[in-house]
Design a protein around this ligand. Structure first.
Ligand code: KG4
Ligand code: ZN
Length: 356
């Protein structure tokens, strides 16, 4: 009989200290036994963004308590773990190092395999935590640091179809929220404010909407928001700007996803599954717009549950589980990788003068 597999996941790449235990049963079903996420919003709020040194200190103070809690909540014993999977990158090096060193120490003391996980692969596989998702699929990864369309061919096998040439979508949400003065973390707050405003009030630009394939750009949008934000005075205007921004992002993602569908088909990938993951995938209106696009284009839309869109360790354990089954273990000298692309062959496409 197939053995049950139990994996501990650890995540400290940015401002969430997280640990989770997942189990795969004899029928291949995944169960999240525990999923603890400690957010540092309160620490970073007054700075309006994540301060790396403070984040790393908070991870160091909490990581063992959070991991202990994940183990206790899961109801398993440490000795029953099959492997320890830890985010090794990309992210803030001072933050990654805390979880990585801790995870290595746990794996080594238990004499269990250590598995280094790419945080982006965690987002990419996050829908597998609650649904049966087979390769290949088209992925739109939208988070605070990344915005990419990728063809996910297999575990560890990614082909980038498009990427942002400047800001990430989550970053655009956060910066807009800051400019309008609706606080931190910006994304969820902006989504709420947008509900109260008129989305047709301000006509915002959609950079590179008619060129550059499914590559994305948001910095011109941010500049437009900056200019308008200096002129607006009332609460009502604030909400209108938030609503106009939200609508513009929806339109950009709709159009660029449509192009990505064609590129996915052109690259001879079978299937028609479209996964949207990462923190911004928690945005309900973006989910709806992309769900509708999938209906129009005969694609199947797949989203992680809202609580698994943002950073968490269950998704890291999920990658650990798949790597465990392929015996893809790592040595304890595996370094933290602040930059770690999913498609390492893709060319660098950022900055002024980039040719699309
Ligand atoms: O995946 P994630 O938790 O961390 C990174 O890997 O970056 O994503 C965080 C990003 C932040 O920029 C946050 O503002 C954004 O996701 N976000 C949202 C929403 N919830 C989180 N953006 C728009 N609408 C939301 N509801
Ligand atoms: Zn993330």
């Amino acid at each position: 009989m197939k053995k049950k597999l139990i994996i501990l996941g650890i995540e400290t790449s940015c401002d969430e200290t997280a640990a989770a235990v997942i189990q795969e049963n004899d029928h291949g079903e995944i169960k999240i036994l525990s999923n603890i996420v400690s957010s540092q919003f309160e620490i970073h709020r007054k700075f309006g963004g994540v301060v790396p040194e403070l984040a790393a200190r908070a991870h160091a103070e909490k990581i063992d308590l959070i991991t202990q809690k994940a183990i206790i909540d899961s109801g398993i014993k440490m000795k029953n773990l099959d492997a320890v999977a830890v985010t090794a990158g990309p992210g803030l090096i001072v933050c990654l190092s805390v979880g990585l060193n801790f995870g290595k120490a746990v794996a080594s003391s238990l004499k269990k395999p250590f598995i280094a996980v790419n945080h982006l692969e965690g987002h990419a596989l996050s829908p597998k935590l609650n649904s049966n998702l087979n390769y290949p699929y088209l992925l739109l990864l939208i988070s605070g640091g990344h915005s990419q369309f990728l063809s996910v061919e297999n575990l560890g096998k990614y082909k980038r179809l498009g990427t942002t040439i400047d800001d990430a979508v989550g970053e655009a949400f956060d910066k807009t929220a800051k400019l309008i003065g609706i606080g931190f973390p910006g994304g969820p707050k902006l989504e709420e404010c947008a509900k109260k405003g008129n989305p047709y009030k301000f006509n915002l630009p959609k950079p590179i909407i008619n060129r550059g394939g499914c590559n994305l750009s948001f910095s011109g949008l941010k500049t437009a928001v900056l200019k308008i934000s200096k002129k607006i005075k009332t609460k009502k205007e604030k909400y209108d700007l938030a609503a106009s921004f939200q609508k513009t992002i929806e339109e950009i993602l709709y159009k660029k996803s449509k192009i990505a569908f064609q590129e996915f088909k052109k690259s001879n990938m079978e299937g028609n599954k479209f996964v949207v993951a990462g923190g911004v995938a928690a945005n309900k209106k973006i989910r709806n717009v992309l769900k509708n696009l999938c209906i129009e284009e005969n694609f199947e839309s797949i989203f992680p549950p809202i609580n698994l869109c943002g950073d968490n360790a269950a998704m890291i354990a999920m990658v650990g589980l798949e790597k465990f089954k392929k015996k893809q273990f790592n040595k304890l000298d595996f370094p933290a990788k602040p930059r770690w692309a999913l498609d390492e062959k893709a060319i660098f496409l950022k900055g002024a003068g980039v040719k699309l």
